[in-house]
Write a new protein. Structure first.
Ligand code: FAD
Length: 391
């Protein structure tokens, strides 16, 4: 029986595991490894910070996958030796390493946050991990208006539109609390001169309109150097500074260390894959998906990409193992539903031409203005858990 090892139980890993268990039934041994006991639905961290959801609403125990015949190993991946087809996993935290062999390896380890890379980051809040979302919620409890600065420390980061969604939610919160007249909100971004710049003129305009409508100022190509907690200033590399009462900064992201130190990494440390097959060029029994390959593909980090890439990888493995298996093609679209309190918006972008090197921008459409989008977003979260975890 072929052994399939899936590293990471985030958006990409659970999709591959779940699809393969369905496609191959008992004809393969599927093991998924994660250092976290839970799968977390990261888009809902924003609702955790806003108090709409509790941690257990936005996560599920990974052991639930065992009902589908998937083995779950709770451990930390320390080494990936693709030449010898071996993965070293630390289980139980005692330092002992378990070596696992595989026939197929699927790498979905995502990116890691490195707040310590930005001096003064301890003075800022964010919602990019669950614990941080909870800490932010506590800070918001005492928020009585003032200068709010939302910003991105460095590229790349999970979910390019999410800082905008967060800023818009904060505007809504300030109105709901009656402190809107004393709340100024601004956003800084290190790499874009206009909001959503890499998504093309249509999206730039749509997001600029949103920011204008809700009085949010945008500082483009603004590169943070450090946060001065004593003087409550966020200081840029060129000496410019933004004064704050509440600082929200998305910390630097780096590739998972196990990948960066393996033969799978490109020069940035993220995983190198073929844009067409999502296999590593040197080791074609190794697939990558999600945030760990996003910089190499040249697209943003998004769960929706991880999801569609997962469908496609599972199809390829099932096709190879069972002779023929017609299932999913590679869907190169991104869909993002935003809840911004007042209303919502749904963005759809097709990245096919970008990934083929034929276009600079994806083709995008946007539907906006209806509160119903919050309901759609909530329904998607429910569907995600029900389909993948049965509850
Ligand atoms: C606030 C916020 C809002 C977002 N909103 C959206 C949205 O609306 N739409 C959208 O498409 N995307 C959104 N995203 C982005 C989306 O969540 C990520 O792009 C997606 O989770 C990436 O999936 P992944 O499987 O590649 O990585 P992840 O989901 O990050 O999973 C990686 C997994 O690997 C595990 N892991 C890492 N290192 C190790 C190791 N050494 N050993 C063992 N396990 C390890 C981690 O514990 C984790 O479970 C949002 C993200 C955030 C933070």
């Amino acid at each position: 029986m072929k052994r399939i090892l899936i590293l990471g139980g985030g958006a990409g890993g659970v999709v591959v595991a779940s699809r393969l268990s369905k496609m191959l039934k008992d004809n393969a041994g599927i093991t998924l490894i994660d250092k976290n006991r839970y799968h977390e639905f990261r888009p809902s961290y924003l609702w955790v910070a806003m108090g709409t959801k509790k941690p257990d609403d936005v996560r599920r125990e990974l052991t639930l996958l065992e009902r589908k015949g998937i083995n779950f190993l709770n451990g930390s991946v320390k080494s990936i030796d693709v030449a010898d087809r071996k993965v070293g996993v630390e289980v139980g935290g005692g330092g002992g390493i378990k070596m696992l062999d595989y026939d197929y390896l699927v790498v979905a380890l995502g990116a890691e946050l490195r707040p310590e890379m930005l001096k003064g980051m301890e003075h800022a809040y964010h919602t990019w991990e669950l614990d941080d979302a909870l800490r932010f919620k506590d800070a918001l409890a005492g928020f009585k208006g003032g200068r709010v600065v939302v910003g991105v420390a460095s590229m790349p980061y999970r979910c390019p539109p999410a800082p905008f969604e967060l800023a818009l939610m904060l505007r809504y919160l300030s109105e709901q609390r009656g402190v809107d007249d004393r709340t100024e909100i601004s956003i800084f971004h290190p790499a874009w001169s206009a909001p959503m710049e890499p998504f093309g003129p249509f999206m730039q305009k749509a997001f600029s309109n949103f920011l204008e409508q809700y009085r949010i100022r945008f500082h483009g190509n603004w590169k943070v150097d450090h946060i001065d907690g004593e003087r409550k200033r966020i200081v840029a590399e060129d000496g410019d500074a933004l004064e704050y009462d509440l600082a929200v900064v998305i910390p630097p992201h780096v590739p998972s260390r196990a990948v960066a130190e393996s033969d799978l990494a490109d020069k940035t440390g993220y995983m190198s894959v073929s844009r067409k097959s999502l296999r590593n060029a040197r080791y074609d029994d190794v697939f990558g998906l999600g945030d760990i390959i996003a910089p190499t593909l040249g697209i943003g980090m998004a769960g929706v990409f991880a999801h569609f890439e997962g469908d496609y990888i599972a199809t390829q493995i099932a096709d190879e193992l069972s002779g023929a298996y017609m299932a999913m093609n590679y869907n190169r679209s991104g869909i993002c539903v935003m809840d911004i309190g007042y209303a919502g918006a749904a963005v759809f972008c097709d990245f096919s031409k970008v990934l083929a090197g034929e276009a600079r921008y994806p083709e995008c459409w946007m539907l906006g203005g209806m509160k119903a989008f919050r309901g759609i977003k909530m329904a998607f979260e429910r569907m995600w858990f029900a389909e993948l975890f049965g509850k």
